[in-house]
Design a protein around this ligand. Structure first.
Ligand code: NAD
Length: 320
């Protein structure tokens, strides 16, 4: 049995990754500074080390004292819009943070990394479905930090044999249980819930895009499916395969209006969304090619949009 350190394991996605790794029989240690992580997401029987990923000495100590075999690195800041205003903060947190994790790994001889990347590396895609070989055109400092992170992992693969997988998440939603729900409101589904809570009409940013119903199309991936992709990626690293990047999506796009309709169905009343002006920088449509991850990791998504919205709504209400 291998033991994995999960940075950001008290976060929304990280907590699901922790559960999936445990279910696979692997040992898990969480490393998190709780800047956005929540104690309620941490299982009682998992060891948690409170710390900052910039502290390479502390990381190296944990690697040795817990006989860590590999790292799933999720700890990062994730708001693309915010990153435009404070780019250096994003480079510090996301690039410099990873740098220290990699230094600690190199210094202690740990050669397995599963890295949280993002579909933000593509920016506005040239064609759909987006393959991993599509040009990288990030449109925010956040997306840029994820590209640099992939390059850092690749270069360490070349230099000292790091076996790594970078997972490019598409739009993540849902919850594995109420305690693990997404508490941030960066994504569409929680944004709709928050508007409803506040007695406002949820907003659709533009209904004049060149899509069938005029609203933007995205690939929504259930967080439990996403977590299972990390287990498949960890297994690939354990087998010693050197490197790759993988899209993690369903291969299917839903429009904003279709998501709103699903929310209406799940909560049992019309959300009565209002159309407002487009936001800058929203690509009309993007969904993933899942061919590579199906072929190389043997992973595909099995949960649908209804399960995603229903589990997210249940968690939202439980944590209101
Ligand atoms: N949520 C999404 O839709 C999405 C999409 C694509 C990629 N991602 C990536 O997935 C990862 C996890 O995202 P999330 O949605 O779970 O976010 P989150 O904010 O819920 O989780 C991030 C976790 O990292 C911890 N953390 C942050 N900075 C740290 C530091 N310096 N040292 C130690 N711990 C630190 C936080 O406390 C938190 O527990 C991020 O790398 C993010 O960029 C998320």
């Amino acid at each position: 049995m291998t033991t994995w350190l999960v940075t950001g394991g008290a976060g929304y996605i990280g907590a699901h990754v922790v559960q999936a790794l445990m279910a696979s029989g692997r040992g898990v240690v969480i490393y998190d500074d709780f800047s956005s992580g929540l104690h309620r997401r941490v299982p009682d029987d998992v060891e948690v080390v409170a710390g900052d990923v910039h502290d390479a000495a502390a990381l190296a100590h944990v690697f040795r004292s817990h006989a860590i075999d590999g790292v799933v690195h999720l700890a990062a800041k994730k708001a693309a819009g915010e990153s435009v205003d404070v780019p250096l903060y994003y480079y510090r947190e996301n690039v410099d943070g990873l740098l220290h994790v990699l230094e600690a790994m190199e210094g202690t001889g740990i050669t397995r990394l599963v890295y949280s990347s993002s579909a933000a590396v593509y920016g506005t895609p040239v064609a759909n479905p987006v393959t991993e070989d599509a040009p990288l055109n990030p449109e925010s400092p956040y997306g840029e930090t994820k590209v640099v992170g992939e390059w850092m992992a690749r270069d360490c693969g070349t230099a000292w044999g790091l076996s790594w997988s970078a997972l490019r998440y598409f739009n993540v939603g849902g919850a594995g249980s109420d305690a693990l729900g997404d508490s941030s409101v960066n994504n569409l589904i929680p944004m709709v819930f928050r508007a409803l809570d506040q007695g406002r009409r949820p907003q659709i940013f533009g209904a004049d895009y060149p899509t069938p119903d005029g609203t933007c199309i995205r690939d929504y991936i259930h967080v439990v499916d996403l977590a299972e992709a990390h287990v498949a990626a960890a297994a690939r690293c354990e087998s010693g395969v050197r490197t790759d990047v993988f899209n993690v999506g369903t291969g299917h796009g839903y429009s904003v209006r279709e998501v709103m309709d699903m929310v209406s169905e799940v909560i049992g009343r019309d959300v009565d969304a209002e159309v407002v002006a487009r936001r800058a920088g929203d690509p009309p449509a993007t969904w993933a090619s899942t061919e590579r991850i199906e072929r190389d990791l043997g992973w595909s998504a099995s949960r649908d949009l209804r399960q995603m919205v229903a589990s997210a709504w249940s968690a939202w209400q439980a944590n209101a």
